[in-house]
Design a binder for this molecule. Structure first.
Ligand SMILES: Nc1ncnc2c1ncn2[C@@H]1O[C@H](COP(=O)(O)OP(=O)(O)O)[C@@H](O)[C@H]1O
Ligand SMILES: Cc1cn([C@H]2C[C@H](O)[C@@H](COP(=O)(O)OP(=O)(O)O)O2)c(=O)[nH]c1=O
Length: 191
């Protein structure tokens, strides 16, 4: 089974992935961007927010996704539980709000990069504005997080739209709950 955790920055994805890793010790734990050797270099490029072109940025994430498919997903999908921090849904959601690439192209290009292999289920950790602003105030921000809370809340809505466009089952979870309650809700939905 291939599942992914989605949510804007600080929603609690890494925290939940760590909890799930304890429950599924044999699972392949992975992430986008940056799970492969090539992906680590792409991740540094994109997180520095140096790309002036939104298309260039989108294509860098897609290159990371294609490498991730070949190196991590395809070798394990038939035999292992795969749990990924982010997925193609982030790819479409972050690009949707720039409105520079047509929706059908976003879907088509992701189908190309992934050979139409997508997570079976995706969990969206949904934050309120208040909780997002509190969590951002507690950390050192990277290039994308510096775009601010309104931008990130727009992305949160775009995640829901992206899942529909990609035809992926999205399960929305209230991310302001305790860490343990969220993990239990995810486990109930997996089983
Ligand atoms: N359910 C929760 N309640 C309160 N704080 C949380 C919760 N989950 C995560 N956090 C905290 O919020 C911050 C961001 O969590 P993290 O897992 O790194 O998010 P992400 O990977 O989505 O960016 C961390 O400081 C983490 O300890
Ligand atoms: C996978 C993906 C991520 N992103 C963005 C979302 C995040 O801001 C950043 C990836 O960082 P990430 O490692 O998820 O950051 P954090 O742990 O702080 O949540 O890249 C895209 O813009 N497009 C994509 O296709």
């Amino acid at each position: 089974m291939y599942i992914a955790i989605e949510g804007i920055d600080t929603a609690g994805k890494s925290t939940q992935i760590a909890a799930l890793e304890n429950r599924f010790p044999d699972a392949v734990i992975t992430k986008e961007p940056g799970a492969t050797e090539l992906g680590k270099e792409i991740r540094e490029l994109v997180l520095s927010a140096r790309a002036k072109s939104k298309k260039a940025e989108f294509l860098l994430f897609l290159a990371d996704r294609a490498e991730h498919l070949k190196e991590v997903i395809e070798p394990n999908i038939d035999t292992k539980m795969i749990i990924s921090d982010r997925s193609a849904i982030s790819g479409v959601a972050y690009a949707l709000i720039h409105n520079e690439i047509a929706q059908e192209e976003l879907v088509h290009l992701n189908n190309f990069a992934t050979n139409n292999t997508y997570p079976e289920k995706v969990f969206l950790l949904q934050l309120t504005k208040e909780e997002l602003e509190f969590r951002l105030s507690q950390k050192e921000l990277d290039g994308i997080e510096l775009r601010g809370s309104e931008y990130l809340l727009g992305i949160q809505n775009a995640i829901i739209k992206a899942a529909k466009l990609l035809n992926i089952e999205l399960i929305t979870i209230d991310a302001t709950q305790s860490i343990e309650s969220i993990t239990e809700e995810i486990l109930t939905n997996i089983n």
